[in-house]
Design a protein around this ligand. Structure first.
Ligand code: ATP
Ligand code: MG
Ligand code: MG
Length: 350
């Protein structure tokens, strides 16, 4: 049988491996860290760094196609892998999404609305950016940010010095603060033949920069739902994309503003496990394996709640709830802010 290579062994890699094995594939996971959550369910795990060329080559040679659960894979490693096996989603999606500045240039160049932004490298460029964009604003590192890490709010010009210090010398972008009504995301998929299938937009609530809940359906007008799905499809086509992508959007009085894209399965798409016949993980595996896509249709209303850190204490009571499906990632060490699992609560008719 075919083997799917997965770069990254976290919970996303784990759920991808579960979906792949349901379809009869075996998974080989490449992960530098010890005891990865995906290791429990993968056929094979390589524990090595992304600077280990021999390990990367052996990994690639053992698989038929390579995919990933995170976007920050070093370019040199990708070069080694790509010489041996196809990487899906492709290099262009990674190049664009690894750097917030390139991503914003790409999105606005595609005719989509993003927050006003400017490249910031030092105090002078930050001052010039603030003069143009104004406050409130958010300074974000161009690379490696997640869960709101690598961000500093600038409420007034006097906050600029501290915000720049928070970047610790890393290249950054300044973003104007978007006065949004709500946050939504579209989980979209594109197959090797170019077919596109989108899941319904979900409404996201963040706490301390970390996703707390996703609710479907999102409370938005049908026109805006159509806009969200169409712009996601436009992004996938522009990148000649293969796989699942998460597109984060701000809903404003003047339409949708794109926050960021993630070239992979996405936390805000976990609800699909309880709301759709084919969930985002199976959809991604289907796409990268060259299968036809599932249709993305939704058969239930769902609220997904992340179980973060101490939320794990509530697992025994959640396990007794009706219409609640639990997903635990097998992480032994509980840390504040660490995603330990999630629960999908299904609202059935009547
Ligand atoms: P993720 O874990 O989603 O990758 P991240 O670290 O890449 O997070 P962002 O998505 O850029 O961070 O920002 C996290 C949250 O901060 C957003 O979901 C939103 O709530 C808020 N936020 C970010 N940028 C803006 C903005 N320009 N205007 C208003 N709110 C913002
Ligand atoms: Mg992000
Ligand atoms: Mg985000």
């Amino acid at each position: 049988g075919a083997v799917i290579g997965i770069l990254g062994g976290g919970q996303l890699g784990r759920m991808l491996a579960v979906a792949a094995s349901r379809l009869g594939f075996r998974c080989h996971v490449f992960e530098p860290g010890a005891h990865p959550p995906a290791g429990d369910v993968a056929w094979k795990v390589t524990t090595a760094g992304y600077d280990d060329a021999a390990a990367l080559r052996a990994f690639a040679e053992s698989v038929d196609v390579i995919t990933y659960e995170f976007e920050n894979i070093p370019t040199a490693a990708l070069d080694i892998l790509e010489a041996l096996r196809p990487i899906r989603p492709g290099r262009e999606a990674l190049r664009v999404s690894q750097d917030r500045l390139i991503e914003k240039d790409f999105l606005s160049g595609s005719g989509l609305t993003v927050a006003p932004y400017a490249d910031v490298g030092d105090a002078a460029s930050l001052e010039a950016a603030l003069a143009r964009i104004g406050t409130p604003a958010i300074l974000k590192t161009r690379r490696f940010g997640y869960d709101g890490k690598g961000q500093a709010r600038i409420m007034a010009p006097g906050d600029a010095g501290q915000a720049l210090a928070d970047m610790a010398g890393a290249p950054a972008v300044l973003e104007g603060f978007v006065d949004f009504e709500r946050e939504i995301s579209v989980i979209a998929a594109r197959g090797v033949t170019g077919e596109v299938a989108c899941f319904d937009p979900g409404e996201n609530v963040h706490e301390g920069g970390i996703l707390r809940t996703t609710t479907v359906p999102a409370e938005i007008r049908p026109m805006m739902q159509a806009d969200a799905v169409l712009l996601a499809g436009q992004i996938l086509n522009a990148l000649d994309y293969v796989g699942v992508m998460g597109v984060e959007l701000f809903v404003t009085g003047r339409g949708l503003v794109v926050n960021e894209i993630a070239p992979r399965v996405h936390n805000s798409g976990h609800w699909t496990q309880a709301g759709c016949a084919v969930d985002q993980f199976e959809q991604h595996i289907r796409a990268v394996a060259g299968w036809p896509l599932g249709d993305g249709g939704r058969h239930a209303d769902v609220v997904m709640e992340n179980l973060i850190g101490e939320d794990m204490d509530r697992v025994p009571e959640i396990a007794r709830e009706r219409h609640a499906s639990l997903h635990l990632y097998g992480k032994t060490e509980v840390k504040p802010g660490r995603k330990m699992g999630h629960v999908n609560r299904v609202k059935t008719a009547g």
